[in-house]
Structures are given as C-alpha cells and as structure tokens.
Ligand binder design. Structure first.
Ligand SMILES: NC(=O)c1ccc[n+]([C@@H]2O[C@H](COP(=O)([O-])OP(=O)(O)OC[C@H]3O[C@@H](n4cnc5c(N)ncnc54)[C@H](O)[C@@H]3O)[C@@H](O)[C@H]2O)c1
Ligand SMILES: [Zn+2]
Length: 277
C-alpha cells in the first residue's frame, strides 16, 4: 500500500497506477476506498491497459469466489499513455491488446478498421506513429461511449462487449490458461460475426474481412481442445442475459452494432462448433 500512495506538495494523497490492467484495477480500487477516496492517475504500460482498462473508471479486484467481485466506478484524474512502454511487452500481450483495438473498429469505426487492415504490420513492429494513432483512436472511441453511460445504466456500454459473451466463455472454459483475454475475445468476435451473418445482418465478405484481420495479426481463429459443452455452460454466466433470454452484441456492418435477444441455442452451438477443432 505504501508504494502505491504518493503525496503532492500540500501533502494531499494521490495514487499512481503504473502497470498493466491488473495494477490499474487494483490501484483504482484502493484509490476509491483509501480515506474514502483519493485522486489517482493511470499510467498504463500494456496495450490492453492503454486502449481499454485504464479508461472508463471501472476498478475491481477478484475474490476467491469470483472475478471482479470487489470494485467501484471511480474515474482517474488523468490517463497518461506512453507507447514507449510497449517496447518491452511480449508479442502475446501486444496481440491481446490488439484484439480490443480491432473490436473498436468493428463496433464504431469502419475507417479505423480499414486502417488496421492496411497498417497491422506497423502495429506489430511497434512503429511509434501508428501505435500513437491506434491508442488515441481506441481511447477516444471508448471514452465517448463511457461519457454517455458512465455507470452502465443505459445499456450503451453494452456494445463494448462485442465478442465478449463467447470470448469470456472460452476464457473460463479454458481455465484462463489456454487463451489469454485478447485471444479469447478474438474467437468470440469470430463467433459473433458468424452469428450476424447467419441471421442475415451482414454478408460473407464482411465476415471474411474480420476473420482475415484477426488471422493476419496472429490471433487464433480456431477453438482448440475445449469441449463445446464447457463453452456453452460458461456462456450462461454472461451478465447481459436477462432471465432465460440470451443477449448478444452483433453487427449490421463494420462500425454498426445490433443487440439481439433470444438467439437460438442450436445456432450458437452450431457456430461455435464451426470454429472448433
Ligand atoms: N477496468 C476495466 O475496465 C478493465 C477492462 C479490461 C480488462 N481489465 C482487467 O485488466 C487485466 C488485464 O490487463 P493486462 O492485459 O494489462 O494484464 P496484466 O496487468 O496482467 O499485465 C500483463 C503482464 O505484462 C507485464 N507488463 C506490464 N507492462 C509491461 C511492459 N511495459 N513491458 C513488459 N511487461 C509488462 C505485467 O507485469 C504482467 O505480467 C485483467 O485483470 C482484466 O480483468 C479491466
Ligand atoms: Zn475485453
């Protein structure tokens, strides 16, 4: 705790969250309860933290009973993202963050998606100007959504969950070891795109573009060694579900989402199966 807490000249306490998403969530949560709340600053050092977890003011820590069980909505005073930190990140971590970046293009910005299709190699080789652009664009997209629905009360934040219903289920069914978050989300986005196609919301070429980009950046396109029934069981935990009704964030095009309830279980199973090997 002492390491987290700093003082300014007037000896007012503040906290600096310097690290990846785990540190950001922990430090943000401590800031929300220490002395009933002290200011904090996010200095995210992973791509995932720079484009996602440092923005939006959700803070949380896990309990042995489950993930994110303690937490609060508590906004940082500042988010300072320096893409120079990403140089020491391992490739798997970089790609995990990239899955969320691709998500922003799919849910909100077709031209950003097209930019990623053209420039993904420069992202992987850590070209500074390209990294700066994708972090800025992703942060702006997330911040704009959060501004309209800070406490997740209006359902607008839901679209940030694209790919996460089945993605989280894959993460859980693989005991959090088989796939990291971004890899699981990439697979979840493939399933969500395929469901969108099966329901007639998008054509095959859009689905194919999404699949091609995910494959090109080196994220997985097949769910390996996880039995279908485990993914199905885990997907019922999704917090978007209302009673017996499931609820998916699907797409009508790149940059345009469509929330759909009551997707038939047979269709979900068939789609996950198509992506399993
Ligand atoms: N609050 C939110 O809105 C939100 C959103 C998404 C994810 N999360 C949370 O974020 C966490 C995942 O975040 P993450 O992917 O950043 O993982 P992480 O914080 O575990 O960091 C991944 C690894 O990278 C190391 N690392 C961090 N910065 C580095 C750097 N610059 N160079 C080399 N290594 C570095 C860390 O020590 C760690 O081993 C999860 O706990 C998830 O629940 C929160
Ligand atoms: Zn995510």
């Amino acid at each position: 705790m002492k390491d987290l807490v700093l003082y300014d000249k007037k000896r007012r306490t503040f906290i600096v969250a310097f690290g990846g998403g785990v540190i950001g969530d922990l430090a943000g949560f401590i800031a929300s309860i220490y002395k009933r709340g002290v200011p904090y600053i996010q200095v995210p050092t992973t791509l995932l933290a720079q484009v996602d977890s440092s923005i939006g003011g959700k803070t949380a820590v896990d309990l042995s009973e489950g993930k994110n069980l303690l937490g609060a909505f508590y906004q940082p005073r500042l988010v300072l993202s320096d893409t120079g930190f990403l140089k020491s990140l391992d490739a798997g971590q970089l790609k995990s963050g990239l899955a969320e970046v691709i998500k922003y293009g799919i849910i909100k910005d077709a031209s950003f998606f097209a930019y990623l299709e053209k420039r993904y190699r420069d992202v992987l080789s850590l070209k500074p100007s390209v990294l700066a652009f994708i972090v800025k664009r992703s942060s702006d997209i997330k911040a704009k959504i959060i501004e309209k629905d800070e406490r997740e009360e209006k359902g607008l934040r839901t679209i940030l969950n694209f790919g996460h219903t089945i993605g989280h289920a894959i993460e859980t069914a693989g005991n959090y070891r088989q796939y990291n978050h971004g890899q699981a989300i990439a697979l979840g986005m493939l399933v969500a795109s395929a469901l969108s196609k099966k329901l007639g919301y998008i054509n095959d070429s859009i689905k194919q573009r999404i699949e091609n980009l995910i494959k090109s950046v080196g994220l997985p396109t097949r769910i390996k060694n996880i039995p279908l029934h485990r993914v199905i069981k885990a997907h019922y935990q999704d917090k978007k579900f209302k009673g017996a009704k499931n609820r998916f964030v699907l797409i009508q095009g790149i940059g345009k989402t469509r929330i759909t309830e009551d997707v038939p279980l047979s269709l979900i199973k068939e789609t996950i199966k198509n992506y399993s090997s």
